[in-house]
Design a protein around this ligand. Structure first.
Ligand SMILES: [Zn+2]
Length: 369
């Protein structure tokens, strides 16, 4: 009996020890065990242990938001990878050290490419801008509103803002079309120089290409050289040419002038055939359309110097643009008429000017290009 009692006693002790040991072990291990949390990473469920920070989760799941680039106004790269991406938790920016909680949603947001900021400047245009070059020499007072990139200084837009009504100048512009002519242009230039007149020459591209020295001489003498198309097509009327051909004629004529050192800013369509679409096509190439308000028909066969002079002086008024020709045929009558025309215009208190596209162009104002 005694033996049996001892055996039972020892057994109880063993059982008690075992039970206590198990409980203790469980208690201890429960202290160390890290509970697993379910979170959503980039749209998929994932498990992290409790206490995991956002930075740790980013490293573990390879979450690397792409950085965006800083671009200039034309979309060219200014600074690579300078707009950082972000990790959001539940749709909100969160610090890297933030500990994740059950059900958190982590989203990766790449940095968007960003355009440089724009800067807007207003520049007073001294003397105003030409308001209606097509028919008259007049100027509108105002200022140029210039928008450009803050970092690249690239021009985005330049717009003239009028601050008052157009004022017709007490000036007249003599213009000469269809040259340069080796036979008449030098003589007309000599006559204008002697009369101290600056005029405007609308040259034909292929003739300018054939007589580059004459164009250079015009420029040297302070004349304005404008574009009168490359081929001077007349049939169909210039404004009815297929748009592509029309654009090519303006662009090609302009290129020849640029090559000879003249900035092609003014365009006179052959035959004066104009339309809103043509004005837009020329403007897209940086050229303004110039027509005229006085036409003495110096080109019509049999016109004498006296008749040409009379037709000019009877029609001329402040702001007039007079069309004459230094090319396209025998220009002796035009040449002979010049002194009387100039004297007659000056006698009315009007001065003679070469046309200009703009006093302050956007490019000049930004110091760009
Ligand atoms: Zn012409």
């Amino acid at each position: 009996m005694v033996v049996l009692r001892r055996v039972i006693g020892a057994g109880l002790v063993v059982i008690v020890v075992a039970v206590v040991g198990t409980l203790l072990a469980r208690l201890l291990s429960a202290g160390n065990e890290r509970v697993s949390l379910t979170v959503t990473v980039a749209g998929r469920p994932a498990h992290v242990v409790e206490g995991t920070t956002l930075a740790e989760a980013a490293a573990r799941f390879g979450l690397h938001p792409r950085a965006g680039d800083l671009l200039d106004v034309d979309g060219k790269l200014l600074r690579a990878a300078s707009v950082p991406g972000k990790l959001l938790v539940d749709g909100r920016p969160a610090p890297e050290g933030m500990r994740l909680r059950r059900g958190d949603r982590i989203t990766v947001v790449d940095g968007h490419d960003r355009r440089e900021p724009l800067i807007r400047r207003v520049v007073h245009v001294a003397g105003g801008a030409p308001s209606d070059l097509q028919f008259t020499v007049s100027r509108t007072p105002g200022e140029q509103v210039i928008v450009s990139g803050t970092l690249s200084h690239e021009l985005v837009s330049a717009r003239f803002r009028a601050s008052g009504a157009a004022r017709v100048a007490r000036a007249v512009a003599l213009t000469f079309d269809d040259g340069p002519s080796p036979q008449f242009t030098p003589r007309i230039l000599a006559a204008l120089t002697q009369l101290r007149v600056r005029a405007t020459f609308f040259v034909i591209g292929y003739l300018a290409e054939a007589n580059p020295d004459l164009v250079r001489r015009e420029l040297r003498l302070g004349m304005t050289v404008g574009n009168h198309s490359y081929n001077h097509p007349e049939v169909p009327p210039f404004d009815q040419l297929p748009p592509r051909l029309l654009g090519d004629e303006i662009a090609l004529g302009g290129q020849i002038l640029s090559r000879l050192g003249a900035r092609p800013r003014l365009f006179r369509p052959p035959g004066g055939s104009s339309s809103p679409a043509l004005v837009r096509a020329a403007a897209a190439l940086g050229q303004r359309v110039v027509l005229w308000s006085v036409d003495p028909a110096d080109w019509s066969p049999g016109s004498s110097a006296k008749e040409i002079t009379k037709r000019v002086l009877s029609a001329v008024r402040p702001g007039s643009i007079v069309i004459l020709h230094d090319g396209g045929g025998d220009r002796s009558a035009t040449l002979a008429a010049l002194p009387a025309i100039v004297r007659g215009i000056r006698h009315r208190g009007l001065h003679l000017v070469a046309l200009t596209a703009d006093t302050t162009t956007a490019q000049d104002a930004t110091g760009n290009r």
